[in-house]
Design a protein around this ligand. Structure first.
Ligand SMILES: *Cc1c(COP(=O)(O)O)cnc(C)c1O
Length: 382
């Protein structure tokens, strides 16, 4: 083990140092009011996020998982209805489907962008398909406009899981759309490590153009109640705290700058891999034409992934594997009836992907060390 300092995969404290005075003021403002659940801070944050995304409505809730569950609840799914999503994503994207009693259907992803493809989704559509959840994985939007057109023809709802992609955008027909502004519903997470993170759990649902659905989701998050103690339907308790909302309002003002910094980190990695002649063993993430990727994660594909990860770990460089087991092979989804070989791209990615350290404050010299060690690993193997 070298004497050098550890390079973490993310470092929230470096980020907090940049905003801590502003955050203290925001928290104090809430403490003075002693109003902790929903209230004016949450209302204002919802308006600010809606304006940022250029959508009609945004509704705060307790987590990204709950945002997905609320979205599913608002679709009135019945047993036997089918919802299509990707097996190469975080667990919550799929569990929100089985929770409603609907049937979970997977569609494979593209090996370069790691996002679900329109062709793979179209193959899985049946007369029972009610919705598709696309995931803008690792910070870049999928080719959502192609899919949107196909789904609209068939009256199938389009849900965007934007947990990793707040601030990402895509050029569609000459206009820029942010993640969460294209489909019928967008779902966001403010988990602390996300590009816009709070200091606990938090989430948001965006509803670009359906005020009735927005009102319904607002009611669903407070036990299906419009008027206090009168319940129109059975909802859940999924409220956003005022303290988290106040913190998020501070952090939202910095989001563009932090996302730009992540993009610089990504660009620097790419240049360093080229310089060190590593592009035959390391495949950097591809930015699809028209996309602004916000690099929630910087995920490369590599040869001998597990050995490389161990080698880097021994040298103080922390990397992660998102995701080591695709969802169709998880025990808890075995009743969906999938087996190994059903989604070859997702399975291949699970063996090859490695997430390198990335966060806005990552230093150029730290990145150089990461790439130098990767080069050292392959020097002994080529
Ligand atoms: C983080 C994440 C979620 C869940 O968000 P939580 O706030 O942790 O509940 C859902 N989908 C994806 C793709 C995520 O990365």
């Amino acid at each position: 083990m070298s004497e050098q300092k550890m390079i973490p995969s993310f470092d929230l404290s470096r980020n907090h140092q940049r905003v801590k005075e502003e955050v203290k003021v925001a928290i104090d403002r809430v403490l003075e009011t002693q109003g902790f659940i929903l209230g004016p801070e949450v209302d204002t944050l919802e308006k600010e996020i809606a304006a940022y995304l250029e959508v009609e409505n945004a509704v705060g809730c307790a987590s990204g998982t709950d945002a997905l569950i609320l979205a599913m609840m608002s679709l009135d799914l019945k047993e036997g209805d089918e919802v299509i999503t990707t097996p190469f994503t975080f667990f919550a994207t799929a569990s929100c489907i089985t929770r409603t009693g609907a049937k979970l259907v997977f569609a494979d992803v593209d090996p370069e962008t790691y996002n679900m493809t329109t062709e793979s989704v179209l193959e899985k559509i049946t007369p029972k398909t009610k919705a598709v959840i696309v995931v803008h994985l690792f910070g870049q939007m999928c080719r959502i406009e192609e899919l949107k057109e196909e789904l609209a023809k068939r009256n199938i709802k389009l849900i965007e899981d934007c947990a990793q992609a707040i601030g990402a955008h895509r050029m569609i027909d000459g206009k820029i759309y942010r993640a969460g502004a294209v489909g019928d519903i967008g779902c966001f997470s403010f988990f602390p490590t996300k590009n816009l993170g709070c200091y606990g759990d938090g989430g948001m649902v965006s509803i670009p153009h359906d005020s009735k659905r927005a009102a319904r989701i607002k009611s669903l998050r407070v036990h299906g109640s419009g008027k206090t103690y009168y319940h129109d339907e059975v909802g859940i308790n999924s409220r956003l705290d005022a303290i988290q909302a106040a913190i998020l309002r501070v952090r939202l003002r910095h989001l563009e700058e932090w996302n730009e910094e992540r993009r610089l980190v990504a660009e620097r990695y790419r240049l360093l891999f080229g310089e060190k002649g590593l592009l035959d063993v390391v495949t950097p993430p591809a930015e699809d034409a028209g996309n602004r990727h916000v690099y929630h994660q910087y995920v490369v594909r590599v040869k001998d992934r597990d050995e490389l990860q161990k080698f880097l770990d021994e040298r103080g460089i922390v990397t992660r594997v998102y995701y080591p087991l695709p969802l169709h092979l998880q025990d808890c989804f075995s009743s969906a009836g999938y087996k190994k070989g059903d989604f070859p791209v997702s399975e291949m990615l699970s063996d090859e992907v490695l997430a390198l350290p990335i966060f806005p404050e990552l230093l150029p010299e730290e990145q150089e060390r990461v790439v130098k060690e990767i080069a050292a690993f392959y020097a002994g193997r080529k």
